[in-house]
Design a protein around this ligand. Structure first.
Ligand SMILES: *Cc1c(COP(=O)(O)O)cnc(C)c1O
Length: 411
C-alpha cells in the first residue's frame, strides 16, 4: 500500500538491517569503531567494494538511519547528517566554492551564517556577494564565471520575509548555478524544496527536527536535480560517483576531514523528532493563528507579523510555497522598548530565550540581543525595530498563552 501521510511514513521507515531482537526503536549504536571478519573484508571495505561502517566520524548505523529517514521523508536523493546547522551551512559552501570563487546571497541571514560568509570564508578566498534577493537584475549583475551558487533562507528571521524561490531557481538554472536553501524555519512536512527548483537544502535540525530543543544537529539534503559537471570543483567526483558526486565529495573530503559528524545519541533524538514533527508543527501553527487574532484585536499591540495570517501581505507566498504554514515564528510591536521589556519581565510560562521551535514558547527582543552588535543604521536597514518582540510559538494550550499574554500586556 502506498503511504501518503508524513507521520505514517515517518513511523514506518525500515532499518537498513533487521534488528536481531526485533526492536521497534532504532538501537543506539554508541560505538566508535566496527570490526571485520577478515583482512580481506576490511580491504574490500576500504576499496569501497563492501559496504560497512568503519569508524563513527565517517558513518554510524544510528546516524545513517536518521539520514535514511530524512531522505525518505523529503523524497530526496541523498542526506548527510552533521553536528549542527552551522556545520551543514559551512560544509556545503566549502564543497561548492574554492578560493577565487564566489557565491551570491541576501542581506537578511541567520547571524552566524552572515558571519561565516562575511568573516570566516573570505580568509579562505571564498567571497560572498550580498544582494537584494528580491531583485533579479541586481542578482544577475553580480554573477560572473567564478560564481558557483545562490544561497538563501526560505523565511528570514526575524523579518519573516519569504524568498521568491521560483525567481531564484530561474536565475540559478539560467546560469548553471547551484541553488542552496536554508529551510530551517519551514520543516519538510510543509515545504517541498525540489518542487520549486532548490538543489540543496541545509537545515539546523536543532530547531524543529530535534523534537523540541533536545540536541544540536544539522542536515544537508541533496535533491539530485543539479548537474555536477557544471561545477569544476566536482570533476574528480562526477567521474567516479555520477549523480552522487555532492554527497561523495562531502563524505570523502570536506565532511570527513573537518570532523563535523553528528553524535549517535543526537541521531536518536532526531529520529524521534521526525516521528512527532508534523504533530508539533500543526499545533504550533494553530497557536500562531490564535495568537495572531488575539494580537490584532489588542489595543496595546501596534503591529503583528505572521505570514500565515490572511491579513499578512505575505500570505499569498506563504500559501504558495509552504502550504500556508510559513514556519511558526511571529513578531509583534508594542509602543516602546520599555513596554517590550516590562512585557517580557511579567511572563511566567513564556520563556525569555533565543532559540526557535522549542516545545516551549520563547520570546526575545531582537534589537537589544541578536542585533546588539549592529549599528542603528544597520538595524533599521534590516527591519529591526526596538519596539518589536519575536515569539517562537510552542505547543502549550493556547488559552494559557493568551491568558498569560493578556496579563503581561495590562500592567
Ligand atoms: C539556528 C539556525 C542555524 C544554525 O543552526 P545551529 O544548529 O545553531 O548551528 C542556521 N540557520 C538558521 C535559519 C537557523 O535558525
Amino acid at each position: 500500500m502506498e503511504i501518503k501521510g508524513f507521520t505514517t511514513r515517518a513511523l514506518n521507515i525500515p532499518f537498513a538491517k533487521a534488528d536481531p531482537h526485533n526492536s521497534l526503536q532504532m538501537p543506539l549504536y554508541e560505538s566508535v569503531a566496527f570490526e571485520f571478519d577478515s583482512a580481506e573484508q576490511i580491504e574490500a571495505s576500504f576499496k569501497g567494494e563492501y559496504a560497512a561502517h568503519v569508524y563513527s566520524r565517517s558513518s554510524n548505523p544510528t546516524v545513517e538511519y536518521f539520514e535514511q529517514k530524512l531522505k525518505s521523508l523529503t523524497k530526496s536523493h541523498g542526506v548527510l547528517a552533521v553536528s549542527s546547522g552551522m556545520a551543514a551551512v559551512s560544509n556545503t559552501i566549502m564543497a561548492v566554492a574554492n578560493a577565487g570563487e564566489n557565491i551570491i546571497s541576501g542581506h537578511q541571514l541567520f547571524g552566524h551564517t552572515y558571519a561565516l560568509l562575511s568573516q570566516s570564508l573570505p580568509g579562505f578566498g571564498v567571497e560572498t556577494r550580498f544582494s537584494d534577493l528580491k531583485k533579479k537584475e541586481k542578482i544577475e549583475k553580480l554573477i560572473d564565471e567564478n560564481t558557483r551558487a545562490i544561497y538563501f533562507e526560505t523565511v528570514t528571521n526575524p523579518q519573516l520575509e519569504i524568498a521568491d524561490i521560483e525567481m531564484l531557481a530561474e536565475i540559478a538554472r539560467k546560469h548553471d548555478l547551484l541553488l542552496i536553501a536554508d529551510s530551517t524555519l519551514t520543516p519538510p512536512n510543509t515545504f517541498n524544496a525540489s518542487k520549486w527548483g532548490v538543489n540543496i537544502e541545509v537545515v539546523s535540525t536543532t530547531k524543529y527536527i530535534s523534537g523540541g530543543a533536545t540536541a544540536f544537529g544539522g542536515a544537508i539534503i541533496d535533491h539530485g536535480n543539479f548537474n555536477w559537471n557544471e561545477n569544476p570543483n566536482f570533476s574528480a567526483y562526477t567521474e567516479k560517483f555520477g549523480d552522487n558526486a555532492f554527497i561523495a565529495k562531502l563524505r570523502k573530503n570536506i565532511y570527513r576531514n573537518t570532523g563535523g559528524s553528528m553524535a549517535p545519541q543526537t541521531a536518536r533524538f532526531m529520529i524521534n523528532g521526525l516521528d512527532i514533527l508534523e504533530l508539533r508543527v500543526e499545533k504550533c501553527y494553530r497557536n500562531c493563528l490564535a495568537l495572531g487574532a488575539f494580537f490584532q484585536s489588542h489595543p496595546k499591540v501596534k503591529a503583528v507579523e505572521y505570514p500565515g495570517l490572511k491579513c499578512s501581505k505575505k500570505f499569498a507566498l506563504a500559501k504558495k510555497y509552504f502550504s500556508g504554514v510559513p514556519g511558526t515564528i511571529m513578531t509583534f510591536d508594542l509602543e516602546s522598548k520599555e513596554a517590550c521589556f516590562s512585557f517580557m519581565n511579567r511572563l511566567e510560562i513564556i520563556r525569555r530565550a533565543t532559540n526557535l521551535n522549542d516545545n516551549k514558547t520563547l520570546v526575545i527582543h531582537p534589537h537589544s540581543t541578536i542585533y546588539a552588535e549592529f549599528s542603528e543604521t544597520e538595524r533599521s536597514g534590516a527591519g529591526i525595530r526596538d519596539t518589536m518582540l519575536r515569539l517562537s510559538v510552542g505547543i502549550e494550550n493556547v488559552e494559557d498563552l493568551i491568558t498569560e499574554i493578556e496579563r503581561a500586556l495590562n500592567w
